[in-house]
Design a protein around this ligand. Structure first.
Ligand SMILES: [Zn+2]
Length: 252
C-alpha cells in the first residue's frame, strides 16, 4: 500500500512541477510537455517519473540539454506526500472525501513550494482558491467551527504578520503571509497553528545552519520560506495531535 501510494504520488508530483512551470511562464495548462531548451514535444517513454530522468542521466533525449533536478525532486516529494497522507488516514478513518481533499491540497501546496524554490514567487490566485476550498471543507465536512478557523488564522497572522512589519518585508513577504494563512486554515485550530509555527522554525533553523555550514547560502541571502512553512504544516498535520497530547500531559 505505501509503495502504490508512492508511485501514484510521483505522477502527481510530476503534474505539480508542470503546473508550476506553466504558472510561472503564464502558459495554459493544456498541450503536451515540451523540453524547455529545444522545445520539442517529449515522448511518453520519457515522461515516467524519476526513472526517465535517471535513465537519461538528467539530459534531454533530443538536444542533450540538462534537465533540472527539480523534475525528480518534485516527483519524489509527491511520492512522500502521498505516503504520508495515506499513513495518516489509515488509523480509524477510511478513504473519504477528506482524504481525497488532503491529496488535492497537498498537490496545491507542492506547486507553491516548487515555485518559491525556483523563482521565489508564490501564485496568489492559486493560494486564494486553495484557502477558500479548504475553508469550505473544514466547515462543511470536517466539523470545524467558524470560531476555530478565525482564532487559528489570527494566531498565525499575529505571529508572521508582526515579523513582516518588524523586518519591513525582509524576512517574510506578502506571499508567505497568504501561504501561511492557507496552511493554517488547513490545520484548523490555533493549537495546531502554534505547533506548526514551532516546527517551521525548528526545521528552518537546523537547515539554515546546515546550509551556512556547507556554504550553500551566505549570510544575508534571501532563503525561500514556503518550503519551511509547508514542512511545518505536514509535520503538524500528521503528528500534531500526539504532540499536543504530550504537551497537555506536561501541563496538567
Ligand atoms: Zn531538448
Amino acid at each position: 500500500m505505501p509503495f502504490i501510494a508512492f508511485l501514484l504520488g510521483t505522477v502527481f508530483g510530476s503534474f505539480a512541477n508542470a503546473v508550476a512551470w506553466r504558472l510561472h511562464t503564464r502558459q495554459t495548462l493544456g498541450g503536451r510537455s515540451k523540453c524547455p531548451k529545444c522545445e520539442k514535444t517529449i515522448g511518453p517513454q520519457d515522461l515516467v517519473p524519476i526513472l526517465s530522468w535517471a535513465v537519461l542521466r538528467g539530459r534531454c533525449r533530443m538536444c542533450q540539454g540538462r534537465i533540472s533536478w527539480h523534475y525528480p525532486f518534485s516527483e519524489i516529494m509527491g511520492g512522500i506526500l502521498f505516503v504520508g497522507t495515506a499513513l495518516h488516514f489509515q488509523n480509524g478513518s477510511e478513504m473519504n472525501e477528506i482524504f481525497f481533499f488532503q491529496i488535492f491540497f497537498s498537490v496545491l501546496i507542492l506547486i507553491c513550494v516548487l515555485m518559491d524554490l525556483r523563482w521565489k514567487e508564490l501564485p496568489l490566485e492559486l493560494m486564494l482558491f486553495g484557502t477558500g476550498a479548504t475553508l469550505l471543507v473544514q466547515l462543511a465536512l470536517a466539523g470545524r467551527t467558524g470560531t476555530e478557523m478565525i482564532s487559528a488564522v489570527f494566531v498565525s497572522l499575529l505571529f508572521f504578520g508582526s515579523q513582516w512589519i518588524v523586518s519591513k518585508r525582509k524576512w517574510i513577504g506578502e506571499g508567505d503571509l497568504f501561504f501561511s494563512a492557507m496552511l493554517t486554515v488547513g490545520l484548523g485550530t490555533w493549537q495546531l497553528a502554534l505547533v506548526s509555527i514551532y516546527v517551521t522554525y525548528l526545521v528552518g533553523a537546523v537547515l539554515i545552519l546546515l546550509l551556512l555550514f556547507i556554504k550553500r547560502v551566505k549570510r544575508g541571502d534571501k532563503v525561500p520560506f514556503a518550503p519551511f512553512l509547508a514542512t511545518g504544516y505536514f509535520m503538524t498535520l500528521w503528528y500534531g495531535e500526539p504532540i499536543l497530547t504530550f504537551v497537555r500531559a506536561l501541563l496538567s
